[in-house]
Ligand binder design. Structure first.
Ligand SMILES: NC(=O)C1=CN([C@@H]2O[C@H](COP(=O)(O)OP(=O)(O)OC[C@H]3O[C@@H](n4cnc5c(N)ncnc54)[C@H](OP(=O)(O)O)[C@@H]3O)[C@@H](O)[C@H]2O)C=CC1
Ligand SMILES: O=C(O)[C@@H]1CCC=N1
Length: 275
């Protein structure tokens, strides 16, 4: 058994699927499910995988998990346990069920699956599509070290894998799960600032995108240190120094910490609402 089944293949699961195929996974070993037929056709066309819409085949999810080595649940948090219950009778005992969902606990997942089913809770991010993701893994109560190792090695093809206790997932999610959105938000704000300074808006958007992407590439170099890279741009008494001082005066670091706390608190709120 080496097949991988993606159940609920939207933004996040497609990023992982695309990253795995770009890294050499054979598309014939992958099956993806979605709700809508148009979306299934889009995925099949883009990645060469079998993609099945639940609207066309109500048994799409249970059928997809048969003989799968790994099943990756990627619907919205509120739908995860219903999805898990719907596939439970079709799972082989050794199939590892991976969740990418924010806020759905291992206990909630395990309660919806057959007793003893191996489970791994993960928190990936969308740069996985380019092999530049960050993915956390936390093992369920019945998962063997070999099963966890298999999931880690699968995700290593799409980025950096870190193993963390489940108690830290909400905090990690507030930094790396949501983090790509923070970087895109910065690019949006820079583009708007350039336009306000009189640049053509399209030119300003190009400058912002390429600058955030270029800085990201520098951060990805081995041994990169964000503060040292920032200092290398900041000439004493120069222009950047004024900008950073204005950011500090405006409380940007504290605002980012407030945002991350809000994201983690929202995860806890969703977990509680799922019961
Ligand atoms: N987006 C991100 O950056 C991250 C998301 N996550 C987690 O990933 C999960 C998905 O989020 P995201 O990808 O953004 O959401 P999307 O809405 O983009 O994707 C959800 C997908 O699930 C499909 N779907 C819904 N119900 C079913 C069903 N019963 N059977 C099969 N497929 C179904 C939808 O199909 P259709 O398209 O046809 O409607 C859709 O493609 C969430 O739990 C989230 O917490 C985690 C980390 C980062
Ligand atoms: O916004 C969300 O809830 C998901 C989890 C992390 C990123 N996206």
């Amino acid at each position: 058994m080496s097949r991988i089944a993606f159940l609920g293949t939207g933004s996040m699961n497609e990023a992982i699927l695309g990253g795995l195929i770009a890294a050499g996974t054979d598309p014939s070993q992958v099956v993806a499910t979605v709700r809508r037929a148009e979306r299934a056709a889009e995925l099949a066309g883009r990645h060469g995988v079998v993609a099945v819409a639940e609207s066309e085949n109500p048994a799409a999810n249970p059928e997809a998990v048969r003989d799968a080595a790994v099943v990756i649940l990627g619907v919205k948090p509120v739908g995860i346990t219903d999805l898990a219950r719907s596939i439970a009778p079709s799972l082989a005992p050794e199939t590892v069920v991976v969740s990418v969902a924010a806020a759905v606990s291992i206990a909630q997942l395990e309660a919806a699956l057959p007793a003893g089913q191996p489970v791994v809770r993960t928190m990936p991010n969308t740069p996985a599509r380019l092999g530049k993701g960050v993915v956390s893994v936390s093992a369920g109560t019945s998962t063997t070290p070999e099963q966890l190792a298999r999931v880690k090695s699968l995700f290593e093809a799409v980025g950096t894998v870190v193993e963390i206790p489940e108690s830290q997932v909400d905090a990690l999610s507030a930094i790396s799960g949501s983090g790509p959105a923070y970087a895109f938000y910065l690019a949006e704000a820079m583009a708007a600032a350039g336009a306000e300074l009189g640049l053509d808006p399209e030119l300003s958007a190009l400058l912002a995108r390429e600058t955030v992407a270029g800085a990201g590439a520098m951060l990805a170099e081995p041994g990169a240190d964000a503060a040292a890279l920032r200092r290398a741009v900041t000439s004493p008494n120069g222009t950047t120094e004024r900008a950073i001082a204005a950011f500090d005066d405006g409380g940007i670091p504290a605002i980012i910490a407030t945002g991350a706390r809000a994201a983690a608190a929202r995860a806890a709120e969703i977990t509680a609402s799922l019961g």
